[in-house]
Design a protein around this ligand. Structure first.
Ligand SMILES: Cc1cc2nc3c(=O)[nH]c(=O)nc-3n(C[C@H](O)[C@H](O)[C@H](O)COP(=O)(O)O)c2cc1C
Length: 340
């Protein structure tokens, strides 16, 4: 199951309904990646996203993780920092959100989300953010998670360092490809040292340009990251397909993740617009080891069973993706009626 923020973690604390939601989607040996989970107070961007930097949050995750484990699932926590995709109202003391840059994301008055201009992190501050990722990874293990996925995709903080349309730094974290990838690789190194590389994955979306985070040479960026990650021997690299030009729309394109898949030595996960058929094909043809499913899993708690039987699928209800109801659009999608 692909990571999906569902905005049902009131006050940044995961809620009991998440135990039911995740356990409904658990199968023995199935890998679930959690919703994006904030690593620190400055990481947050929207209301009702879960965090994992406070004791209370760690305790709240425990029964959720237990529920997944009791059904034999493998559960990774996606660790996230929003960077400039935030608003000072969500920041401690109303300060500016932090980023690789001080360039703002355009504030779109028609959107339900508002952003305020970021403050560029100084070179000296960067190790403190790396350390926040490290501590959050330790907290995730304390909560019982089997591992963590660093959220390096979709225009959030790690991606704000990776992409040349955002990163305009002149220090050792900006400019060349090597410099732009430095922050992500320092996070990977710190987290791997803390919890062991066999518990670490990363999600990347080199081809995406969400939140104005495009890159002029995404193929070189993806390849450089895939090769550099080998040094740390982490468990997996999870890449979002180039066809996912926005978080939920698919475009035809000729770009492919195959060069990155070939360059990376560990488990390679792909995501983005997959159906049962083309997911099977991707694995058969060796283009991926695993395929992550997002929206189909959101709407079909028993997706693996339905795939096994090639049964019809529930349709997802987009308006309730990000609403706050603890049941509606969350845990009330029907299971397959196998009594027919
Ligand atoms: C409701 C919703 C929430 C999402 N939240 C996250 C998230 O927290 N972290 C992330 O990396 N991707 C997130 N995504 C993207 C999905 O993980 C996935 O890449 C995307 O839905 C495309 O895959 P699909 O076609 O199988 O749905 C989200 C997508 C949806 C629909």
């Amino acid at each position: 199951m692909a990571p999906m923020g569902r905005l049902r973690s009131y006050g940044y604390v995961p809620q009991p309904q998440a135990a039911l939601y995740y356990s409904q989607r658990t199968t023995p040996g199935g890998l679930l990646i959690s919703e994006a989970t904030g690593i620190s107070e400055t990481a947050m961007a929207y209301i009702n996203i879960g965090g994992i930097w406070r004791k209370e949050q760690i305790e709240a995750w425990k029964p959720i993780v237990d529920a997944v484990h009791s059904r034999g699932g493998v559960f990774f926590c996606q660790l996230w920092h929003a960077g400039r995709v935030s608003h000072r109202d969500w920041q401690p003391n109303g300060e500016a959100p932090v980023s690789s840059t001080d360039k703002p994301v355009a504030d779109d008055p028609s959107s339900q989300y508002r952003f305020t201009p970021p403050r560029r992190l100084t070179t000296e501050e960067i190790p403190t953010i790396v350390n926040d990722f490290r501590l959050a990874a330790r907290n995730a293990i304390e909560a019982g998670f089997d591992g963590v996925e660093i959220h390096g995709a979709h225009g959030y903080l790690v991606d704000q360092f990776l992409k040349d349309s955002v990163n305009d730094r002149t220090d050792s974290y900006g400019g060349s490809l090597e410099n732009r990838c430095r922050f992500a690789l320092e996070v990977i190194e710190a987290v791997s040292n803390e919890i062991g590389p066999d518990r670490v994955g990363i999600r990347l979306s080199p081809f995406a340009n969400y939140m104005e985070s495009g890159d002029s040479d995404p193929k070189s960026l993806g390849l450089y990251m895939a090769k550099s990650l080998n040094r740390f021997e982490i468990l997996y690299c999870h890449m979002v397909e180039p066809r996912m030009k926005t978080v939920s729309e698919i475009f035809e394109c000729t770009e492919s993740l195959t060069p990155m898949r070939k360059a990376f030595n560990g488990t390679f996960i792909v995501a983005g617009g997959y159906t049962r058929e083309d997911g099977n094909k991707a694995v058969e043809e060796g283009r991926a080891d695993l395929v992550a499913y997002g929206r189909l899993f959101l709407a079909n708690p028993d997706l693996p069973r339905r795939f096994e039987l090639d049964a019809p699928l529930n349709k997802y209800d987009r308006p309730s993706f990000y609403t706050t109801d603890p049941v509606v659009g969350y845990t009330d999608y029907p299971f397959l009626d196998t009594t027919d």
